[in-house]
Design a protein around this ligand. Structure first.
Ligand code: PMP
Length: 371
């Protein structure tokens, strides 16, 4: 079997090869049903069994407590920026911590439905550090954070304890770009949401994990298909769900349950490999005279690592040469987000250690020939 290229896309992102092969094998006839999963009724027994197994496996992997519902929705992270305030704000106050591009977008969208206050903003550090000194309002309906900023490359390694900050408000986290890469401390959270297209499966599925007491407070203007209570009561089948994407996500969950690394299995194993991959790559950047990562050491993302050529080397010509050379070696989609430039390596669950090793080798070779 030939080695596929290593794909560092920020999303939609690489999927485990084993999963892609199984999808291909089952494409025309899913387990003797005579149908592709794409062709099945979402209310038929075959698809119901696929959807139920997927939710069961996800709940088990992430240890989602019984008082949280998992909703399978559509619209992605950006739609949730509206759907969350429509369901949780009650038209009142929402505090948002701006730690980068995605939380900034969340604040802007929530303003259409609620009285939004920026509780803290990392602009002073150009979003290379998480902002401190949060100003939280006692009567806020919820506090929003983005726990992994995909563009800026910051991550909360522990979730904030709002109670310890004197707030009773539920914490809402946009976990789009690191869900399922690490364990989650549910005791700190009221709701988490994220699109699937990074660590979980194809674009088109959005997962919402919501504490039950937060259901049932949607504003009257909230579309029925986006009312968490209606979606929960219908077992995420109020309207036709993205069936094929749910099926692929279910295969990813099965892959992850069996995954082993460093004497661990499942989520603990993938988390350990994610820690090791990130340490390897940050170590190479910090030890390089040519490349740099600018994020503070205590909040560097394990998933999305923006990096730049240093100082005078940071020219368009040299960036382009780096990216072209990477493609030649089968290291794909390393271009940085257009808003920040440079390069970015997204090293989600499906990226093997060998992919990061190949990238590190390339960095060293490029430094030797251009530094
Ligand atoms: N939040 C974060 C943290 C993201 O990384 C993204 C997508 N890159 C979004 C929200 C937007 O997600 P979508 O495109 O699925 O709406």
């Amino acid at each position: 079997m030939t080695q596929r290229p290593f794909n560092f896309s920020a999303g939609p992102a690489a999927l485990p090869e084993e999963v892609l092969r199984q999808v291909a094998a089952e494409m025309l006839d899913w387990q003797g049903s005579g149908m592709s999963v794409m062709e099945m009724s979402h209310r038929g027994r075959e698809f119901i069994s696929i959807a139920e197994a997927a939710e069961r496996d996800l709940r088990e992997l992430l240890q989602v407590p019984a008082n949280f519902r998992i909703l399978v929705m559509q619209g992605g992270g950006l739609a949730e920026n509206a759907i969350v305030p429509l369901n949780l704000s009650r038209g009142g106050k929402v505090d948002v911590v701006v730690s980068g591009s995605w939380s900034k977008k969340s604040a802007e969208e929530a303003r259409r439905y609620a009285d939004v206050q920026i509780a803290a903003d990392g602009a002073m550090s150009s979003y290379t550090a998480l902002p401190g000194d949060w100003r939280l309002r006692k009567d806020a309906a919820y506090v929003h954070i983005c726990s992994n900023e995909t563009i800026d490359g910051t991550e909360f390694h522990t979730l904030p304890d709002l109670k310890a900050m004197g707030s009773e408000a539920p914490l809402v986290a946009d976990v789009s770009s690191h869900q399922l890469s690490r364990a989650i401390d549910w005791s700190k959270l009221g709701l988490a949401f994220g699109g699937a297209q990074k660590n979980i499966g194809p674009a088109g599925v959005t997962l919402v994990y919501v504490r039950e007491d937060l259901l049932g407070h949607a504003l009257p203007a909230c579309p029925s298909a986006f009312d968490y209570k209606i979606v929960a009561d219908a077992q995420s089948m109020f309207n036709t769900p993205p069936t094929f994407a749910i099926y692929v996500a279910g295969l990813v969950f099965q892959w992850l349950k069996k995954f082993s690394y460093a004497g661990k299995t499942g989520l603990a194993a993938i988390e350990q490999r994610n820690i090791d991959k990130a340490a390897l790559f940050y170590g190479a950047l910090d030890g390089s005279g040519l490349f740099e990562n600018r994020v503070a050491a205590d909040c560097r993302s394990r998933m999305n690592i923006p990096f730049y050529l240093r100082g005078e080397y940071n020219t368009e010509r040299l960036n382009d040469a780096f990216l072209a050379g990477a493609r030649e070696r089968g290291l794909l989609q390393l271009k940085g987000h257009k808003s920040v430039g440079g390069m970015r390596a997204s090293i989600y669950n499906a990226m093997p250690l060998e992919g990061v090793q190949a990238l590190v080798t390339y960095l060293k070779d490029f430094e030797t020939s251009h530094g």
